[in-house]
Write a protein that binds this ligand. Structure first.
Ligand SMILES: *Cc1c(COP(=O)(O)O)cnc(C)c1O
Length: 463
């Protein structure tokens, strides 16, 4: 068989891809029909595909390439570490310098007394750790019946059995017998689609109080933890009304349950501060991190745990861990990535300059006839597509029909913007410049126009 290179004709690569590569979250027969877009290289915020097209990556890969593509420092950190110590484990009383150095650094930048790091290979694995850790915590404290974990509908925490159960995605729950027992979901704070006649403020409060209702329903002596993303990412960049998080915090404190903030997307500058819980003033006992931790250059995730939970877990043997927990190459790359975010002032620039600029431009899309809501925090934003802004109406078609059309127009216009149902979402690299933001908005607007014309042809949007 010939070597598979970037320089094979696209059609041949697509055929091999469809024949042998099973894609995540895809219908494989569709991959075979249409052919995947094949990305061959990338630099800064720009991807290059096998046809030589340059595409603006409005999603930073999967929300992860915070420092942008093509950073030699990260490649060199990996190469240095591979030569010195490519692998060693952290089981059975052993450790190594990259795992130690990264844990100490994470303890320094994480808020409050989140001082203890349990490594994983991904966000899903880290949330599986959290599930077992909080149940072990309560068992060790003599309350083993306190094993219920509350989570949210349309939350995303990964797609392994544990993390997929914590998540509230119907599509994931419908396959493989999820959720596992003693995980229950409360409705999400999505005012646009579920707020009805309530004001956003009242709705935010009401949705937060669903947590208290659930605690009282199952019994406060049964509920151990609540897990949520500070801002829902995969669910469609849902930013809760301002009344939501203070009320959640009040309820969590009142009943003494553990709060797990899933910062896999929000962490490492995405919301304009280092962590989403700082932007939203939340005080979690555990944070899940991954994605921006290494800017996606290496697969790594972790749980950052507060002093109290650590003290309890430390007293027992926690029978949990992964071969690649604290992988030295991944840790070395993550450490270098954090150095870039810090020393180049990337997080500070997002907060002070580029995020406010993006916000202004993003919200300007509200004047488009098909855009009913434009929400953004830091470098994660969403718009809701609708046939009628005043009534927040849904299209007269299966949810996601128009969103998919819009995404296809974006693709054709060399912009990566994702759709979740009929919401369009962005999460660009944090290093995106004002000029590149202008290009993003220009291409988004062009795609919206083309999508609207198509929707009109199909009778889905008033002519
Ligand atoms: C992506 C994501 C995960 C899962 O991370 P993987 O590395 O894909 O396993 C978990 N939580 C949130 C909020 C995510 O966005």
């Amino acid at each position: 068989m010939p070597a598979i290179t970037n320089h094979m004709p696209t059609a041949e690569l697509q055929a091999l891809d469809a024949a042998h590569h099973m894609h995540p979250f895809s219908t494989q027969t569709q991959v075979a029909e249409k052919g995947a877009r094949i990305i061959t290289s990338a630099d800064g915020c720009w991807l290059t595909d096998s046809e030589g097209e340059r595409i603006l990556d409005g999603m930073a890969g999967l929300w992860c390439v915070n420092v942008g593509y093509g950073r030699d420092e990260l490649a060199e950190a990996a190469a240095r570490q591979m030569k010195e110590l490519p692998y060693y484990n952290t089981f059975f009383m052993t450790s190594h310098v990259p795992a130690i150095a990264l844990a100490a650094k994470l303890a320094e930048i994480a808020p409050g007394d989140l001082n203890h790091v349990f490594y994983a290979g991904s966000g899903s694995e880290a949330n599986d750790t959290n599930l077992r850790m909080v149940r072990t915590y309560w068992a060790e404290k003599g309350q083993p019946e306190r094993n219920i974990i509350l989570a949210r509908t349309n939350g995303y925490h990964g797609s392994s059995v544990g993390s997929g159960s914590l998540g509230g995605m119907a599509g994931i729950h419908s396959q493989g017998g999820l959720p596992i027992p003693d995980i229950h979901h409360i409705p999400q704070p999505d005012w646009w689609s579920e707020g009805g006649d309530m004001s956003p403020e009242d709705f935010g409060l009401a949705r937060a109080q669903e947590l208290e209702k659930a605690i009282l329903h199952y019994g406060p002596e049964r509920v151990g933890a609540f897990i949520a993303e500070p801002v829902q990412g995969a669910g469609g960049v849902i930013i809760a009304p301002e009344t939501y998080w203070p009320e959640i915090q009040r309820i969590v404190d009142k009943y003494g349950i553990l709060l797990i903030a899933d910062e896999v997307i929000c962490g490492f500058g995405r919301t304009g501060k280092w962590f989403g819980c700082q932007t939203l003033n939340i005080k979690p006992h555990i944070m899940t991190i991954a994605k921006g931790l290494s800017s996606g250059y290496q697969p790594i995730g972790a749980s950052i745990v507060c002093d109290e939970v650590n003290a309890v877990i430390s007293a027992c043997e926690f029978n949990h861990g992964y071969t690649y927990s604290g992988h030295p190459v991944a840790c070395a790359v993550a450490l270098e990535n954090i150095r870039l975010l810090e020393e180049e002032g990337i997080v500070d620039t997002v907060g002070a300059e580029t995020a406010p600029y993006l916000k202004e431009k993003w919200e300007s899309l509200l004047d488009h006839p098909m855009v009913g809501e434009a929400k953004i925090v830091g470098m994660m934003g969403s718009i809701a597509l609708t046939p009628n802004k005043d009534t927040r109406a849904k299209f007269d078609a299966e949810a996601g029909t128009v969103g998919y059309m819009c995404r296809e127009r974006c693709f054709a216009n060399n912009l990566v913007m994702r759709h979740v149902g009929d919401r369009m979402i962005i999460s660009p690299p944090l290093v995106i410049s004002k000029e590149e933001i202008d290009i993003l908005i220009e291409r988004a607007r062009k795609s919206l126009d083309e999508c609207m014309a198509q929707a009109q042809e199909k009778g889905l949007f008033p002519a």
